[in-house]
Design a protein around this ligand. Structure first.
Ligand SMILES: Nc1ncnc2c1ncn2[C@@H]1O[C@H](COP(=O)(O)OP(=O)(O)OP(=O)(O)O)[C@@H](O)[C@H]1O
Ligand SMILES: [Mg+2]
Length: 224
């Protein structure tokens, strides 16, 4: 049984944002953080692939394109396990609001898009805590590409060039990110991710997210 389907008993609140690169995750989380801080809440921010212990190794291995999709997946899982233990878990115990820029769902989307077995990767992350609010920004690959590639070509892994789908990074990007999005869309039902249209304005999305978080807080007896 995965913890990702069970309600947690921590004092704190866990919020995560998901979606492909350029879907607007960080933009929304930064606005949310500033608002929560201004209302006097203890907030902590944690990003995918940022464990001090592991992220350097992943970076090195990526540079040399040394990893198979499954090894890639395991390294990210180690990074996640380390952050869960060092950052997320203690903060939730202390009653903080934890804002996670990408969560285990990122692995389920990207690794499966790379051919990893969906059940296998879900089992790897079966220790992940279920977020109180998990938001998914839905976007077309071409719209995301327009946002992030207006002044640069897609990066090697961003475009899924390791999968040899096409020699053209732009074309590869569209195919690969299309696959990632398909996996995210499945998770709306599977894990109750809340889908927002990434093309809506920054402001209207922020208003929606604040409303949803207010409801979570009110249900815990916290007024905001
Ligand atoms: N609703 C929106 N409408 C138009 N542009 C937006 C919107 N939200 C974000 N952007 C712009 O899109 C770009 C990507 O946004 P952002 O960095 O928040 O995405 P991200 O999902 O965090 O991407 P990454 O996964 O690469 O970190 C930024 O230039 C941002 O200003
Ligand atoms: Mg970001």
């Amino acid at each position: 049984m995965s913890k990702l389907t069970e309600k947690h008993n921590y004092k704190g609140i866990l919020v995560c944002v998901e979606g492909i690169d350029g879907s607007g995750k960080s933009t929304q989380l930064v606005l949310l953080r500033d608002w929560l801080k201004s209302t006097g809440h203890d907030v902590i921010f944690t990003e995918w692939n940022s464990s001090e212990l592991i992220s350097q190794t992943t970076k090195l291995a990526k540079k040399k394109n040394m990893l198979s999709p499954r090894t890639f997946s395991l390294l990210h899982a180690v990074d996640f396990a380390d952050r869960l233990k060092q950052v997320i878990d203690p903060a939730l115990k202390a009653g903080f609001i934890v804002l996670a820029d990408r969560y285990a769902y990122t692995a389920f989307a990207r690794d499966v898009a790379r051919g990893v077995d969906p059940q296998w990767v879900r089992n790897v992350y079966n220790f992940a805590i279920k977020p109180d609010l998990a938001i998914y920004f839905d976007i077309e690959p071409k719209d995301a590409m327009e946002r992030i590639c207006s002044n640069r070509a897609p990066k090697f892994y961003e475009a899924g060039m390791d999968l040899k789908l096409s020699n053209d990074p732009y074309e590869s990007y569209l195919i690969f990110q299309g696959r990632v999005i398909k996996e995210y869309q499945k998770m709306v039902n599977e894990f109750g991710l809340i889908k927002l249209d990434a093309m809506d304005s920054i402001h209207s999305k922020q208003v929606r997210i604040r409303e949803m978080l207010k409801e979570v807080l009110n249900n815990r007896g916290v007024n905001i």
